[in-house]
Design a binder for this molecule. Structure first.
Ligand SMILES: [Zn+2]
Length: 376
């Protein structure tokens, strides 16, 4: 399918990205209303830092009974939703009224983790990394001995310069002794022991996981012949590049289909080709793949920002801030930490945003073309 856009990525990039969670939500709902798309809202029981209502919203584009579905998801990692919401708005602005290929519909899932989006965090209200939370909690929890060693260096008790310097020295020693890949696996592979730590997978399903399960049931996804999922993320890889990470096991039909649709640039954590290391409890291999088998093609569209070394400081500060208890939102320290974390996951430049939109349009077109050509 060839998708035609009225506005160039350059023009759209200057206007389409949201200022905050509420602005993102209002724009998504307004664009869906303009195109008369049916919307369903899943209210989150919490409030934003300024008392805002929090919710995950769904807009359905196309024939509700289509046998093939494209699912776009923004805000799995809260603060990364600035990018994903902007890409969804770009699509809705340009193509919400477009005729989709026969037998295809699109389910746009806006802000799957609205709490993290509004509070400018990667994690959910439970302090959990949603993309480590799809673990089968009837089984023993995964171990991550590397994280255990580094737990209080990644998230120390205080942010005093001496404590942070010592923490960085310990991380450097770990990296020098075991290598950069081992550090990345320890840090971000997922851990289930340190509730205020980074990349914590939790001990039970979060509100956001349960909401995704409700969406799958409410939209009858399991009855569809084909489902393509595009899950927008930021923070890994080269600045502005949108890496398609197929979170499927090597050798699966889903992975073969992902490469057929999206091309040889598709990467796979378990094959060592991705900027992402293999992780526990991810939504691709622990939720979509087991439930949908060969019918699903799941890919994270992961946009690079800055190096993970540069991200460690803002993430550490954010975790220490929230580990102390209720956060004083307007305090200068809170605002400084949130500004630097937001910039890490959502660079404030026209260049980055143009790259993001160009790639998003390209990949959405490839997904629709793949679905259109798929025999069911
Ligand atoms: Zn992410």
């Amino acid at each position: 399918m060839t998708v035609r856009f009225g506005r160039s990525p350059e023009a759209a990039a200057a206007a389409i990205f949201p200022p905050d969670f509420t602005g993102a939500r209002e724009r998504f709902l307004a664009l869906a209303a303009r195109a008369e798309l049916p919307v369903k809202t899943y209210e989150n029981p919490n409030k934003g830092p300024m008392g805002e209502r929090l919710a995950t919203d769904i807009a359905l584009q196309g024939d509700p009974s289509a046998r093939k579905l494209l699912v776009t998801i923004s805000g799995t990692h809260g603060i990364e939703g600035f990018c994903g919401s902007g890409c969804q708005a770009d699509w809705l602005m340009e193509s919400a009224r477009a005729d989709l290929p026969a037998d295809i519909a699109i389910v746009h899932v806006h802000a799957l983790n609205p709490y993290g989006f509004a509070w400018l965090r990667r994690v959910t209200e439970e302090g959990v990394d949603l993309n480590r939370n799809f673990y089968d909690f009837t089984k023993p929890l995964p171990e991550n001995p590397g994280y255990d060693i580094l737990a209080d260096a990644l998230v120390p008790a205080s942010l005093s310069p001496e404590v942070v310097a010592e923490a960085e020295a310990r991380i450097a020693t770990f990296r020098n002794q075991r290598g950069r890949n081992a550090l990345q696996r320890a840090r971000s592979g997922g851990q289930y022991k340190h509730p205020t730590g980074m990349f914590y997978g939790g001990t039970r399903p979060t509100w956001s996981r349960e909401t995704l399960e409700r969406i799958v049931a409410d939209y009858g996804l399991e009855a569809r012949a084909r489902v393509a999922v595009l899950d927008y993320h930021t923070g890994l890889g080269p600045y502005g590049y949108g890496e398609l990470i197929a979170d499927h096991d090597p050798g699966t039909p889903s992975l073969a289909t992902a490469i057929e649709w999206y091309g040889e640039g598709v990467t796979v954590p378990l094959l060592g080709t991705s900027s992402s290391v293999p992780k526990h409890g991810t939504v691709g291999t622990s939720f979509w793949q087991p439930r949908f088998g060969a019918r699903v093609v799941y890919a994270a569209l992961e946009y690079g920002t800055f190096s993970t070394d540069l991200g460690r400081g803002p993430m550490r500060e954010d975790h220490v801030l929230h580990a102390r208890g209720p956060v004083d939102w307007t305090a200068p320290e809170t605002q400084r930490i949130k500004r630097s974390l937001r910039r890490h996951f959502f660079p404030d430049t026209q260049t980055w945003r143009e790259l993001v939109l160009f790639r998003s349009r390209q990949v959405l077109g490839q997904a629709l073309a793949g679905l259109a050509g798929a025999t069911t």
